[in-house]
Write a protein that binds this ligand. Structure first.
Ligand code: SF4
Length: 373
């Protein structure tokens, strides 16, 4: 398992996602698509485009619950330590997709974790949580009336009991085996994440027994821990292991992982438009060294962060995307022309999004309870 190390607090560079099937037991998402079609569940673009590549128990827990007309929920967490970028947007759109299918949505703002791992002042974490995460999610289309947003340090009720109880049935060695280097702060963060994922099952929070967690592949260690804990507390607390789905991480403009800590190669949804366009125009591409070579050999969209942005977000139309892919591959379109097209798309998207954002910020401050300390 040392071949790929999944660190939820690091920046893994995963070259071959299919290795995660063998190494960690994640199942290929393809295997559930036919059943979704049979159940008349609309496929999201991320499923159709292969961005969601894996799952755990999505069929045996979530699809089964839908078929039995039982209530279902989706839950995910965001660590409010940096600005909201196109990578976060991916998870946000997954939540919106599930909300439209009728799922109850829980969004945890991992302020305890951000404090332990990134050491930012509390008041900054709270503001970032509200103005970057909640506001952007609402502006993207998540319905605040049907979503429970909460800060970890402020969740009322038996949620906190879970964290204390969980600590009694896990050993230090097990945590070390899952996470590698571990500190007291990370241990509490990991157990808090498990409480985030499992607490919707408690009667106090609505008794949602069938919960799916959409995450990037790097977050799988949290899911493995949570599933083990759920099994260990099946008898005492009647907890069920959650289902999960995994997406490929969108690349930053330098070809590495997109990250708030690399602002030059990450496009944030609150970037001034000119700045965002400038970053986009300087992006690495899958182009060749010279125009002549590119016309002869064609570009390599698979290696291109610009193409990633089209695939994930900026070109929702499949016919248009296929056309871009073909023109890139055949060498009939060069990167300069392609980037000008993308830059205009980016401008249009950000302009429309940022118009919605101011109102969304007001809503965000009014609906989320702010921690007192
Ligand atoms: Fe990327 Fe576009 Fe260049 Fe192809 S033509 S490598 S998609 S920037």
């Amino acid at each position: 398992k040392n071949e790929i190390k999944l660190d939820p607090w690091g920046r893994p560079d995963i070259k071959d996602y299919s290795r995660l099937y063998d190494l960690f037991g994640i199942r290929p998402f393809n295997e559930v698509i036919d059943r979704m079609k049979k159940d008349n569940i609309e496929l999201s673009p991320f499923i159709k485009r292969g961005i969601i590549f894996g799952h755990r128990d999505f069929d045996s827990k979530i699809l089964k619950a839908i078929e039995n007309k039982e209530k279902v929920a989706a839950m995910t967490g965001f660590m409010p330590s940096g600005r909201f970028h196109f990578g976060h947007m991916m998870t946000g759109l997954e939540l919106i997709y599930f909300q439209k299918l009728g799922f109850k949505i829980f969004v945890g703002l991992a302020d305890a974790e951000a404090y332990a791992v990134r050491h930012l002042p509390r008041k900054d974490l709270i503001r970032i949580g509200i103005e970057e995460y909640v506001a952007n999610l609402i502006a993207l289309g998540l319905d605040p009336k049907e979503t429970e947003f909460y800060f970890q340090t402020n969740r009322k009720g038996s949620y906190h009991s879970l964290i204390q109880l969980f600590s009694s049935k896990i050993t230090f060695n097990e945590l070390e085996a899952i996470y590698g280097d571990i500190t007291p702060g990370k241990i509490v963060s990991a157990l808090t994440q498990a409480a985030d994922i499992l607490h919707p099952q408690l009667p106090e929070y609505g008794e949602y027994k069938h919960v799916v967690v959409p995450v990037g592949a790097d977050q799988d260690p949290h899911l493995r821990l949570t599933r083990d804990l759920a099994d260990r507390f099946k008898g005492d607390l009647d907890l069920e292991p959650p289902a999960s789905i995994y997406h490929r991480l969108i690349r930053g403009l330098d070809g590495g992982k997109m990250s708030s800590s690399k602002p030059d190669v990450t496009i944030f949804l609150t970037d001034p438009i000119d700045q965002a366009k400038k970053k986009f125009m300087s992006s690495l591409t899958g182009g060749r060294n010279t125009a002549e070579e590119q016309r002869r050999l064609g570009g390599e969209p698979e290696k291109c962060p610009v193409y990633d942005l089209y695939l994930y977000h900026l070109v929702p139309d499949d016919v248009e995307l296929t056309d871009i892919y073909k023109r890139c591959k055949s060498g009939s379109m060069l990167c300069g022309e392609c980037k000008l097209f993308g830059s205009a798309r980016l401008e249009k998207f950000l302009t429309e999004h940022q118009k919605k954002l101011e109102k969304a910020k007001d809503i965000a401050w009014s609906i989320v309870e702010i921690p007192k300390i």
